[in-house]
Design a binder for this molecule. Sequence first.
Ligand SMILES: NC(=O)C1=CN([C@@H]2O[C@H](COP(=O)(O)OP(=O)(O)OC[C@H]3O[C@@H](n4cnc5c(N)ncnc54)[C@H](O)[C@@H]3O)[C@@H](O)[C@H]2O)C=CC1
Ligand SMILES: O=C(O)[C@H]1O[C@H](OP(=O)(O)OP(=O)(O)OC[C@H]2O[C@@H](n3ccc(=O)[nH]c3=O)[C@H](O)[C@@H]2O)[C@H](O)[C@@H](O)[C@@H]1O
Length: 608
Amino acid sequence: MCPLLFCSSRSASQLVCLRGCPLKFAGTSDPSVPRHHGSHPAFLGPLSLVQSALKCCSFSSECCSALCLFPSRPSLVIPPPFRPDHHLNEFPLLSRSAAGAQDIIAVMPAAVINLNGSSSHSPVQSVPSHVRSICCIGAGYVGGPTCSVIALKCPHIKVTIVDVNPVRIAAWNSDVLPVFEPGLDAVVRECRGRNLFFSTDIDKAIQEADLIFVSVNTPTKTSGVGKGFAADLHYVEASTRRIASVATSSKIIVEKSTVPCRTAASMRTILESNSSYTADGTLISFQILSNPEFLAEGTAIRDLMAPDRVLIGSLDTQQGKAAANALSEVYQNWVDPTKIYQTGLWSSELSKLAANALLAQRISSINSLSAICEATGADVDEVAHACGLDARIGPKFLKASVGFGGSCFQKDILNLVYLSESLGLSEVADYWHQVIKMNEYSKSRFARKVVSTLFNTITMKKIAVLGFAFKKDTGDTRESAAITLCKYFRQERAQISIYDPKVTTNQIMLDLTEPGVLDDSQAVQQQVKIATSMKEACEDAEAVIICTEWDEFRDATAQDWDEIYRSMKKPAFVFDGRGIVDAKVLRSVGFKVHAVGKGPLIVDPIWA
Ligand SMILES: NC(=O)C1=CN([C@@H]2O[C@H](COP(=O)(O)OP(=O)(O)OC[C@H]3O[C@@H](n4cnc5c(N)ncnc54)[C@H](O)[C@@H]3O)[C@@H](O)[C@H]2O)C=CC1
Ligand SMILES: O=C(O)[C@H]1O[C@H](OP(=O)(O)OP(=O)(O)OC[C@H]2O[C@@H](n3ccc(=O)[nH]c3=O)[C@H](O)[C@@H]2O)[C@H](O)[C@@H](O)[C@@H]1O
């Protein structure tokens, strides 16, 4: 006899198994069995029994369509959509075994959800066609500035930015914002308290919102499958599950985080598998959009105010398009409609990875050429300019450097490499991986040049590092080339003095300490000193290393450099990793200068 209980539809008295076995149904009088739309479960029992019953019974859309899980609390009812054509493995809760062996599973005779996400039985609440309230999950470098600008440009929309990190939220509510970004303070000052709010009350903000941006971090995985390459999506999944569990009305969910191609499908499965009903019994629904962010740090406000394009990916369905139009309407408050490009979901997701890969590829390309320039006497700036004059190539993003940094280029390319490998496209994976390898090479080549030039040893020598952020006009140090260089100098047992106008001492110390290495933080304290000015950093140093292109380094006068030169040990070297100083001026002051991508004959004869 089949051990599972079946209740044919709304009557607890008609007890019969789908295979016709006689059954007794004990569950319906049990107060812990939830009622859903007034219905009793079609199946009820522990997970393993439900699974075996699902295997042995043929399903019909009339009798059961949704699955409920109520492990410990009867109130935790999570009814995912179930299509009659679903294979058992597609049954989200069962295949991912969100349920434990002892959990009781009920299959409810509820709505039949078809492929388009609409219900053929229960009424479904559509997502809003106009946005009056926005929630942004993730108050980071992207969520904060992006939604602050939306609040500025859309005073009729209430924008609430939420985060699990109370310290971050407190900072957003203070006079010292957690993100340094030119122009951001003014935007936040104008909108905060008007239609812009920062909060840790995530559930309330979710419930109030018509549209939710998911703008959480998606770092490279550091363990498990795909370690070192794949994106860690657990923050995205946690946010999605939270939305599903607390939403009380239909919503547009927008992927703002950079994610691997087809992540929207996973989010959709989670949301649909866990969606609930409104107070009046209508099934709530979600439309998922991809709206990747293309802002660059340091110019975020400018990029957000006047974006090259706004990309919105949606499902090619009526509901999908309607949701995309609702988001487009938000942007049209300040963005020209011709700049808003609507695509399919997967194209939009992939375009973000592709754009970053193509940008980083240009930098690795010019950096590879800078090595040839240094070996031949060519000047990389001249080469870049000459190439960039070709309209097909264009002049931007061809500035040779010590190597690119930032939180995204490396992680997104590694993600693309992983995606290509997973698709069996190993040649494609190798191709993009080379962009990262070239970047690593650029950093190590530069570091080796410093050591070899300083007579093959920097042990106990003072090295001044100017700039620690990964680029100017940001306090962000993620993947900064300065970290790689300083770690290299630490291994060579140099004394390092660092000055950056925006990066805090704590952040620098944290970045330079090897995690898990005993006493390393003390060693860093002894080896690394933080200066409060460029001149202080350079005093008594043997070499100055320019890692970040801050304006104050570029704009230092001949007199400033002369003062620095006089305070340093001789010979005094400058290694310009950003190509920002005038080598001729510095040489006239007395420095030996090495600039990335400048041949020795042009810069200085010391390496000839
Ligand atoms: N930083 C940048 O310039 C750009 C980043 N992106 C992408 O945007 C996404 C976010 O990046 P960032 O803002 O730089 O990251 P971030 O690390 O600065 O901020 C992410 C925030 O999300 C919060 N968070 C994580 N899980 C949460 C949850 N379940 N509930 C509530 N809050 C949660 C974290 O506490 C953190 O404050 C990433 O996918 C990134 O690739 C895209 C374009 C530019
Ligand atoms: O997805 C992201 O996170 C973002 O990544 C980059 O923005 P970001 O990393 O903030 O800054 P970039 O200006 O792109 O600079 C990245 C790194 O490349 C270096 N770079 C840039 C340009 C160049 O010509 N040469 C060069 O070495 C910069 O100094 C920096 O270290 C992209 O430019 C953004 O469009 C994208 O949204």
